[in-house]
Design a binder for this molecule. Structure first.
Ligand code: ADP
Ligand code: MG
Length: 252
C-alpha cells in the first residue's frame, strides 16, 4: 500500500483531479509534502508532473479533490490570504525561467515588486544577497538571460524563487539541459539551501543523480496516478513496470 499520509505536512493533496477539455490528466491521487524534506517527483514524459505542480500553486484549477497548503485550501481563500500564502513559496518553472528583457538583478527583484512596497534600495540589497547565495558573481547582476550559461540561468531563477524568503520551493526539472557537472553543482546548491535555510523542496526531475544525492523521498506519477512514494531504496524495490525500467533498465 502506498503511504500517503504524514503527521506534519506542508502540503496535503487529497484525491486530486486535474484535466483539460474532456480529458483528465490527473485522475485522483493523494500525497503529502513533509516540512523540511526534498521530495522528488518522477514519472514518464507527459504523465502530469508539471500539471500537478501548476495545480499545487493555483495556476491550474482542480476538478475534484483538495489541496491544502500550510493547512489551508487555496480554493476557498480570499485574495488577501492568497497573496500571503503565495509569498511563502517560490517556483522555478520548466520553461521560461527568466524574463528575457530584464537583467539578472531585475529578474530577482521582480517578485518583491509584485508583492510589496519594499523601498528600491532595500530591494536591491535583498536581490544582491540572493544572487550571492546561489553562487553567482556580483558582475553577473547586469547580464541579460541571453548572456548567461544554462547553469547561470537556473541559479538566477533560483535566486528569484528565493526572493521572498519562501518556506517551500517548487522546481520543475531544474537540471534538465545542464551538463553533468553543472547538474551536480545545482544539486549541491539545492542541498545546501535545504540544510542552511531549512527549505522544503518539491522537485520534478528526470535526473537519477539528483534523486540519489538530494531527495529524501520520491513520488512516482504515471498515467495520472501515484505509482509509489517512498525512499529511493523503496522505489528501487518496486515492481511497477515503469519504475523497474527506470531504475534497472538498459539506460539506468
Ligand atoms: P510532464 O509529466 O512531462 O510534466 P505535463 O504535466 O506537462 O507532463 O503534461 C501532462 C499532460 O497534460 C500531457 O498530455 C499534456 O499534453 C497535457 N497538458 C498540459 N498542459 C495542457 C494544457 N494547457 N492544455 C491541454 N493539455 C495540456
Ligand atoms: Mg514537465
Amino acid at each position: 500500500m502506498v503511504d500517503t499520509t504524514t503527521p506534519d505536512p506542508i502540503i496535503s493533496i487529497r484525491d486530486l483531479v486535474v484535466g483539460f477539455g474532456d480529458r483528465n490528466v490527473i485522475e485522483g491521487f493523494s500525497l503529502d509534502v513533509r516540512k523540511g524534506e526534498v521530495l522528488g517527483i518522477i514519472g514518464p514524459s507527459g504523465s502530469g508532473k508539471s500539471v500537478t505542480l501548476r495545480a499545487l500553486i493555483g495556476l491550474l484549477p482542480k476538478r475534484a479533490g483538495t489541496i491544502e497548503v500550510f493547512g489551508q485550501d487555496y480554493a476557498g481563500m480570499s485574495v488577501r490570504d492568497r497573496v500571503a500564502v503565495e509569498r511563502r513559496w517560490g517556483v522555478l518553472f520548466q520553461q521560461g525561467a527568466l524574463f528575457s528583457s530584464l537583467t539578472v538583478l531585475e529578474n530577482v527583484e521582480f517578485p518583491m515588486r509584485e508583492h510589496f512596497d519594499i523601498p528600491r534600495k532595500l530591494r536591491r540589497e535583498i536581490a544582491r544577497f540572493k544572487i550571492d547565495l546561489v553562487g553567482l558573481s556580483p558582475e553577473s547582476e547586469n547580464l541579460y538571460p541571453a548572456e548567461l550559461s544554462g547553469g547561470m540561468i537556473k541559479r538566477a531563477a533560483l535566486a528569484r524563487a528565493l526572493a521572498l524568503d519562501p518556506d517551500i520551493i517548487f522546481l520543475d526539472e531544474p537540471t534538465a539541459g545542464l551538463d553533468p557537472i553543472g547538474a551536480a553543482r545545482f544539486d549541491e546548491l539545492v542541498l545546501s539551501l535545504k540544510t542552511a535555510l531549512g527549505l522544503t523542496v518539491y522537485m520534478v526531475t528526470h535526473d537519477l543523480d539528483s534523486l540519489v544525492t538530494v531527495c529524501d523521498r520520491i513520488a512516482a506519477i504515471g498515467q495520472g496516478k501515484l505509482l509509489e512514494v517512498g525512499t529511493l531504496a523503496e522505489l528501487q524495490a518496486s515492481d511497477d513496470p515503469w519504475l523497474v525500467d527506470y531504475f534497472h533498465g538498459p539506460r539506468a
